[in-house]
Ligand binder design. Structure first.
Ligand SMILES: [Zn+2]
Length: 153
């Protein structure tokens, strides 16, 4: 086994999110709503050397698979990420994330006057555009630091 394989070893059942943009691992955990109190085994590699990215982060979560909404947000934080499903220590499925057309209910609009921030039963909805995501209610655009606008937690 090479050193590289050792780094991404070895969970029994769960999800390995690999090729995460360096510096985004904690945001990925926030997307998953994981802060350590849930009892999932979690390990994180940050700024690990990567042939393709220079350096990358890796997030491994035992006993947890990802919803499509979670994968959609991860694609915005880490466009090169791969999501590996692990069962009995084997990777049974490996998927590159894809940018969705829109994300609903997962981000908070930065515009305090936006109806999605009022006390109304309206879920946030953002259309994914070339340079970020745009609120479909007020037009506000989030270009960077999408991880700062997560609606989770
Ligand atoms: Zn808005």
């Amino acid at each position: 086994m090479t050193e590289r394989e050792l780094r991404v070893s070895k969970i029994r059942d769960g999800t390995v999110i690999d090729h995460v943009t360096a510096g985004q691992a904690l945001n990925v955990l926030a997307v998953l709503g994981i802060d350590g109190d849930e009892g999932f085994g979690v390990s994180i590699g940050m700024n690990v050397p990567s042939d393709t990215l220079g350096k990358k982060d890796i997030v491994k979560v035992e006993g947890r698979e990802l919803s499509q909404g979670e994968v959609d947000i991860i694609s915005l934080l880490a466009p090169e990420a791969t999501v590996n499903i692990v069962r009995e220590y084997e990777v049974i499925e490996k998927n590159r994330v894809e940018r969705p057309e829109r994300v609903v209910g997962l981000l908070r609009c930065p515009n305090h006057n936006c109806i999605t921030n009022a006390d109304e039963p309206v879920s946030s909805s953002f259309r994914v555009v070339d340079d970020g995501v745009r609120c479909e209610y007020c037009g506000e655009i989030i270009r960077t630091d999408i991880g700062d606008h997560l609606a989770v937690n």
